[in-house]
Design a protein around this ligand. Structure first.
Ligand code: DHB
Ligand code: MG
Length: 221
């Protein structure tokens, strides 16, 4: 199939099945004003993240990489009333955009946007013995994936779900000798997951509006 056919199918199912209200549309479109335009998940992927959150019964979600808060809105709605989302964003400018989007979406009060290095922010939570998270979404700088997985493991308990975005990158992931640190960040985190005695995991490839990419989905035993 052609890339256009994949996009057409994405558009078809998104139109049929995915209900983006105006706050989600605004959040998605505001991604253009962030430091990484167009890096937010696609609408159907946001819906998938929300569904996984609900299927897992997750009430506390930790996100590495906020940008404009588009996936954050999906998580915050999925955790429901009384749920909590903590999301790490390096850039103050992005965080301000995210804050507007979260408040507009009506779930701002259940989301904490933490500005700064995600590694440092996670270390602070670990030091503070933060209440464990039920689901962690790793979607920040890709070379740091292994560090973020280690932090996610320190901040979760058995049963927790860990999802990693952008693990395919147009197929680049299979280049073992790649000198792209983003590719090595995926390959190393995949090895770390494989070597961990208590993680079950798989990867799914995605095609369509965001090109050819994919997610690792893992669960702590
Ligand atoms: C990039 C990062 C993302 O998280 C994404 O979803 C798409 C692209 C990037 O680093 O280019
Ligand atoms: Mg991503």
């Amino acid at each position: 199939a052609s890339a256009q056919a994949w996009r057409d199918v994405d558009a078809y199912f998104t139109a049929e099945l995915v209900n983006e209200d105006s706050a989600l549309v605004t959040a998605r479109e505001s991604g253009a004003r962030t430091t990484m335009p167009n890096a937010e998940v696609a609408a159907n992927q946001g819906a998938l993240l929300g569904l996984i959150t609900q299927i897992a019964g997750a009430k506390r979600v930790l996100e590495f990489g906020t940008l404009a808060g588009y996936s954050t809105v999906w998580f915050a709605r999925a955790v429901g009333n009384g749920g909590r989302v903590v999301t790490f964003e390096l850039e103050e400018q992005n965080a301000l955009i995210a804050r507007e989007n979260l408040d507009r979406a009506g779930i701002g009060d259940r989301v904490e946007v933490v500005v700064g290095s995600a590694a440092e922010s996670a270390a602070s939570l670990i030091d503070a013995d933060a209440e464990p998270f039920d689901l962690v979404f790793i979607d920040a700088d890709k070379p740091s994936n292994p560090k973020y997985l280690a932090a996610a493991l320190a901040l979760t308990r058995p049963g927790a779900v860990i999802i990693i975005d952008n693990v395919v990158r147009d197929g680049a992931v299979v280049q073992a000798d790649s000198d792209d640190p983003r590719v090595q960040g995926v390959r190393t985190v995949a090895q770390d997951i494989a070597a961990h005695p208590d993680l079950d995991a798989t990867a799914i490839q995605t095609v369509g509006e965001k090109g050819w990419d994919g997610l690792i989905i893992a669960r702590r035993r």
